[in-house]
Design a protein around this ligand. Sequence first.
Ligand code: PEP
Length: 249
Amino acid sequence: MRKKIIAGNWKMNKTPKEAADFCRMMKEKAGSETAEVVFCVPFVDLHPVLEELKGTGIGVGAQNLHFEDSGAYTGEVSAPMLKEMGVDYVILGHSERRQYFGETDESVNRKVKKALESGLIPILCCGETLEQREAGITIEWVRIQMKCGLAGVSAEDMKKVVIAYEPIWAIGTGKTATAQQAQEVCHAIREVLAELFGMEVAEEVRIQYGGSVNGKNAAELFAMADIDGGLVGGASLKEEFSDIVHFKK
Ligand code: PEP
């Protein structure tokens, strides 16, 4: 039985003080016995968030890393730096990073491998544009993203990876995929994982849905057979996040 994982992606929101205040307010409300809960926050918020969430069971994640351990990469942050701080998760290949910061399947793949090598759990994002959905190539597209993003990952490491299926047309738009649409793609992702890593591994991997998840639609989405939780943007910045964590089946 896969444990659900519900992660908030704060994106570029909340100053360190706002982050600490929010975590103080949320730490009781967002804790869960049944689901793994993670706050993925801007680099500068990691320290206050780690301090506030200490001992709560809520995990802390970053939203990016560099694929080298150190070196002349001005402005970048490495996996060992994050690990030493106490960070456990990292979002990789988010569509906003692919769109605005030139991330490619190849750079994402290098980051996934570096995260795993450093003991961080990657939350690897994939998903199609509206044009790709309308052209009927959603499944092919997502299969390619999985094959490229996970190239060279061992079956043992793959069990730790979390996949986030996030249709780009549903991110920050208020347009959620229907539970059936989301399930269809998450199932196809599990199938490609089975082809790449074997059925046993594919059955263990958690696959999240992301794209305008809120307190009202979470239960229906998370009830689907291949959806093991959510990656939540906008609603993770508000008290509403606790309604998502405590979704009623
Ligand atoms: C996201 O950024 O990963 C996301 C899913 O955003 P939102 O929930 O705001 O659509």
